[in-house]
Design a protein around this ligand. Structure first.
Ligand SMILES: C[S@@+](CC[C@H](N)C(=O)[O-])C[C@H]1O[C@@H](n2cnc3c(N)ncnc32)[C@H](O)[C@@H]1O
Length: 300
């Protein structure tokens, strides 16, 4: 080690390695893929450096002030706090979203739902209308609105804090074709939208009541309870209600898209079929964590 490095402390790569090991050992976190802890530590380091990690930067020592900031962030992550909450924002399909206390942190696993919704919406004739139910900070509603600019999009959530954050994100991003409303499922939609929707999306709180206690702390302690469970025995209480309601709101041929954990895919498909939706299919994300289950209102 050079004299300079000895004074300035360990190189960035060394700090990254130590942080990744410590994060991977945290019992608060579900490190279901070995690369996740490495990914977390690099995201935190990039935030501290304010720039991407080049090979030269990786070899360089970190000034003590930045080293302290990095250590504080890593300690928060080890305690279970999601990286997006530590950083205060999350990039979703290229949109920089603010995240906030009391509102579910968007996950990249929901990008599949947004992508399927965008494709479905583009296939429909104008005027295009979509509603994202249980919208949280609004990632899916905002992606639909920004990627299909001629569509009219609503984001609905039972949480006032979520709706406020969705509006704030829309304002910051300058997305004007989206509105956010407090609503129990689709109750707040205007009557004039009956039979007029092309796409309804939902990433529901799908953890079964009995499974709450086995959730990792990074979820149980950091996400609002109503974003995790609808208190049903199987986690699909809201999906069943929405599937039934969707007939009233969808245009013939319009689709409902539901994001669930892989283990719930079959039951969610059954719920859509039982509600009378047709062409029920599913897609899995590239990591195999999530599935999007789709059903269509039969054409007349
Ligand atoms: C898993 S989070 C998904 C949030 C967002 N769609 C996302 O992917 O980041 C579930 C959301 O459902 C909302 N929610 C729970 N019960 C609801 C209901 N009855 N009607 C509308 N939203 C509800 C919660 O407030 C929470 O924001």
């Amino acid at each position: 080690m050079s004299k300079h490095a000895a004074v300035a402390g360990p190189a960035v790569s060394e700090l990254l390695g130590e942080a990744a090991t410590a994060i991977s050992r945290s019992r608060a976190i579900d490190t279901w893929h070995p690369s996740l802890s490495r990914y977390d530590s690099e995201e935190l380091m990039v935030a501290v450096l304010g720039t991407g990690l080049t090979p030269r930067l990786r070899r360089s020592p970190l000034p003590s002030e930045q080293r302290r900031r990095f250590a504080t962030m890593v300690a928060r992550r080890i305690a279970g706090e999601p990286v997006a909450r530590i950083l205060g924002h999350f990039t979703f399909r290229g949109l920089d979203l603010v995240v906030g206390d009391g509102v579910f942190v968007p996950r990249s696993s929901s990008e599949l739902l947004a992508g399927e919704a965008v494709k479905a919406l583009r296939r429909r004739r104008p005027p295009r209308r979509a509603v994202d139910v249980a919208t949280g900070a609004g990632p899916v509603a905002l992606a639909m609105a920004s990627e299909v600019p001629d569509a009219e999009v609503w984001g609905l959530d039972i949480s006032g804090a979520a709706v406020k954050l969705g509006r704030r994100n829309a304002g910051r991003l300058g997305i004007a074709n989206v509105r956010f409303r407090v609503s129990d499922l689709v109750d707040a939609l205007p009557r004039s939208w009956r039979g007029a929707l092309d796409v309804i999306t939902i990433h529901p709180p799908y953890v079964a009541r009995a499974d709450l206690r086995i959730l990792p702390r990074e979820i149980r302690d950091f996400e609002p309870l109503q974003s995790l469970t609808d208190n049903s025995d199987d986690g699909l209480g809201l999906v069943r209600r929405l599937a039934v309601d969707s007939h009233l709101w969808l245009r013939p041929g319009g689709v409902v898209l539901v994001e669930v954990g892989t283990y719930l895919s079959r039951s969610a498909q059954a719920a859509l079929r039982r509600a009378g939706l047709s062409d029920v299919t599913w897609k899995r994300d590239s990591l195999g964590v999530t599935r999007v289950v789709a059903g269509r209102r039969p054409r007349l």
